[in-house]
Structure formats: C-alpha cells, structure tokens
Design a protein around this ligand. Structure first.
Ligand SMILES: Cc1cc2nc3c(=O)[nH]c(=O)nc-3n(C[C@H](O)[C@H](O)[C@H](O)COP(=O)(O)OP(=O)(O)OC[C@H]3O[C@@H](n4cnc5c(N)ncnc54)[C@H](O)[C@@H]3O)c2cc1C
Length: 374
C-alpha cells in the first residue's frame, strides 16, 4: 500500500489548488515544496476572471478578495500615442481585473491546502528524483531537514514549474514549443498617482510594452516586456534602462516624478512557450510544468489555477474507481488543451512582434491613423 494517494511536487498556484481540491474529497495528499511560505517568486501577478472563477471553485475567493487589492475596472491603452480606455467586460459577475503580489497570493493558496486534514504539507522539501516500479513512477526521493527521505503514492503530480524535475525525469513528448522571444523586467512603486477610476494600463511603443498595474499593499507594479535581442543590454544595465523606458511614456512620466521605487528590479529572459503531453504511467504535470506561455500575456495564473481544477476532477474520478487511468487522463488532457489553446496560440504568435496585433486592435476600433494602415 503506497504512503499516499497523491504526491504533489510544488505548492504554488497549480500544486496548492490541486492539493486542496483533492483534500476536500478526502484523498491523502503529500504536498512538497522546497520553498518555505510565505515565499515570493519571480512573477508579475495580474489576473482576470478565469483565475477568479478557479479561486472561487477552490474555496479561496473570499481570502483573495479580503487582500483589498484595487478592483481595476478599466483598461487604459496607449498605442504609440493613440489612447483609449475601455471598461473590463463583465464576465460571470467579474467586471474587473486584479493584481496581488505572489508572496501574498501564494500564501493564501498554501493556507487553503493546509486546511484539509488529509493534506500533509512539507515546506523546505526538495524533490531530487522519482521512484519507479518497473516503468511506472511510484514515488519521490526528497531532502527535508537535511535528511534524505522517500514517499510512495498512486500518482506523482509535477506542479513544479517550467524547470520541473518531474518533467525532466519522465521526458514527456512536446506537443508544441516556441523559442524565447521576449524578456520581462518589473519593480514596485509607492505614491504613483493612479488613474481614476483605477485602471490596468498598457503603454505600447512599437514592439515594447510597459504595464502600470495598481496592486495590493498600496503599491503599483511597473513592468516592461522587450524583444529578447535586448536582454544582454538589460542584464548589464537594467535599472537605468527601466527608468529610461518608463520616463519615455508621456502618460506615466509626470506621475513617476512623485513616486518612490520600492525594492529592486526583477527580470527574466528565459521563458519559452511549450505544451507537453501531460501524463504517463504514474505521473502527471499541471501548471507551468505542463504548459507555459511567455509572460507578456499575463495568463499563467489563470492557466495554472484552471488546470488544477481539471486535474483534481480527473484524478478524483480515477482514484474513486469511476474512470480508468487512461480515460481520466484523456479527459484532463482534452480539458486543459480546450481551455488553453486560444490564449496559448495568441501568446506565441504575437510574442515576436506586437505590431500586427496592435494595428488590428486599432483598426477594429476605427482608431488607426490613415498613414499607418499599410
Ligand atoms: C517574469 C514573469 C512574469 C509573469 N507575470 C504573470 C502575470 O502578470 N500574470 C499571470 O497570470 N502569470 C504571470 N506569470 C506566469 C506565472 O508566474 C506562472 O504561470 C505561474 O506561477 C505558474 O504556477 P505553477 O504553480 O505552475 O508554478 P510555479 O509558480 O513556478 O511554482 C512551482 C513551485 O514548485 C517548487 N519546486 C520546483 N522544483 C521543486 C523540487 N524539485 N522540489 C520541491 N519543490 C519544487 C518551486 O519552489 C515553486 O514553489 C509570469 C511569469 C514570469 C516569469
């Protein structure tokens, strides 16, 4: 008899939600993360209604709302000097978007998983290798409190991000991939005057986008995505370039003068796009471990949270004997791909160059200057 029904490696969006949803159905889950929470991670944190629905489904929505982050009811866009503000389209009761720092959001998700008596959370537990029975994955080896340990389960879930040790070990087939096209940098500012009513702002210049997103803690997240060819220069001189590019945005520059940069500059230039086949004998991948997109589109949290809901439903059916492993995993795979295909395609198609997408957006709104129509 295995020690657990399910072992989950990684306890952020994908892992904690999968654990919570399995735990509430009584399944014995071991949830491992090498981090100790509350813990930050390299990620901006802007999300829309699909993430909110998954949070509601997983029983964390009240806690997410209680953070008190501004409800961003408008989207402001500046596309090379052409500006337009639109209300966030109301979807299933949500007519706003939210931005909550990961150190706060992930702690809420971990706390939710911890609430389930059948979920055992081990923090500071780094998974080193997978255990096998024949060709089937049957458990994990991990280090915890300086001790090498092992645990077995009916299935091991890799919710361990895009550098997933589970994926690296099982080597799943790749359904689609696209190389890295962009780098993203971000930081937090205090006293940056918001728009009224609060808006999520997108300031495009050519193939470069600055995001201005009021978040929790009275801060505003400022981020920029640039073509990957610029990454070497940013690694050398990121702070100067960041301020220079922010100051070049006319609707941002005057507000920036009165604002205070809090903390440091964060950046990443190694995020690809890929979709992996998400399951095999004794293992399954969820969240970034199975499907990742360039962060310019800010879709990762909604993807990981919804994939967790699909996976927990499928695993429950299998564990309860209502579906074979093959059927349950085919259902999960189909649900994941149906949910993700459109945003995934949009993300990798536009990652190399925003300009065709922007021209089309202006055209749809009748805002394209005649001289730019070609
Ligand atoms: C620069 C940047 C900006 C982004 N901005 C946004 C945004 O604005 N909006 C949005 O929706 N998404 C954004 N994303 C994407 C988002 O961060 C991810 O899609 C999301 O975090 C995926 O969640 P996850 O739970 O799958 O994986 P992760 O958040 O990566 O969590 C994986 C966890 O696994 C643990 N782990 C890994 N290996 C091991 C191991 N061997 N043993 C134990 N534990 C392990 C890690 O410690 C980590 O806690 C951004 C990403 C980046 C890089």
């Amino acid at each position: 008899m295995p020690d657990f029904d399910v072992i989950i490696v990684g306890a952020r969006v994908a892992g904690s939600l999968t654990a919570a949803l399995l735990g509430e159905r009584g399944w014995r889950v071991l949830l491992l993360d090498r981090a100790t929470f509350p813990s930050d991670t390299l990620s901006t944190h802007f999300f829309r209604e699909p993430a909110m629905l998954a949070f509601r489904r997983a029983g964390v929505w009240d806690d997410v709302q209680a953070v008190g982050a501004p409800l961003l009811v408008n989207m402001f866009n500046d596309v090379d000097g052409v500006t337009f503000t639109e209300p966030v389209e109301a979807q299933q009761g949500f007519n706003y978007v939210l931005c909550i720092r990961r150190v706060v959001l992930d702690e809420i998700l971990v706390r939710r998983a911890r609430r389930e008596p059948s979920v055992t959370l081990l923090e500071g537990a780094a998974v080193r290798a997978l255990l096998r029975e024949g060709s089937r994955v049957a458990g994990v080896q991990f280090t915890h409190s300086d001790r090498e340990q092992e645990a077995t389960a009916r299935v091991v879930v890799g919710a361990d991000g895009f550098r997933s040790v589970v994926a690296r070990t099982v080597e799943p087939p790749v359904e689609h991939s696209a190389r890295v096209h962009r780098a993203m940098y971000y930081g937090y500012f205090a006293s940056l005057g918001p728009m009224e009513p609060p808006a999520a702002e997108h300031h495009f210049r050519g193939n470069e986008l600055v995001y201005v997103i009021p978040c929790d803690g009275g801060l505003t997240l400022l981020a920029i995505t640039v073509p990957i060819a610029e990454f070497p220069a940013w690694k050398q001189d990121g702070r100067r370039l960041f301020l220079e590019r922010l100051r070049a945005r006319p609707h941002l520059a005057p507000r920036l003068e009165r604002a205070e940069w809090v903390g440091r500059l964060y950046g990443a230039g190694d995020i690809p796009c890929f979709m992996r086949v998400p399951s095999g004998q004794g293992w399954v991948l969820v969240g970034d471990a199975g499907l990742i997109m360039d962060p310019w589109h800010a879709r990762g949290i909604e993807q990981a949270s919804n994939h967790a809901v699909f996976l927990a439903d499928a695993l429950h059916r299998w564990l309860a004997g209502e579906a074979s492993w093959e059927t349950a995993m085919a259902e999960y795979h189909a649900a994941r791909n149906a949910f993700s295909e459109k945003p995934y395609r949009r993300t990798y198609t536009n990652a190399p160059d925003f300009r065709p997408m922007l021209r089309a957006a202006l055209q749809r709104r009748g805002l394209l200057p005649a001289s730019a129509g070609a």
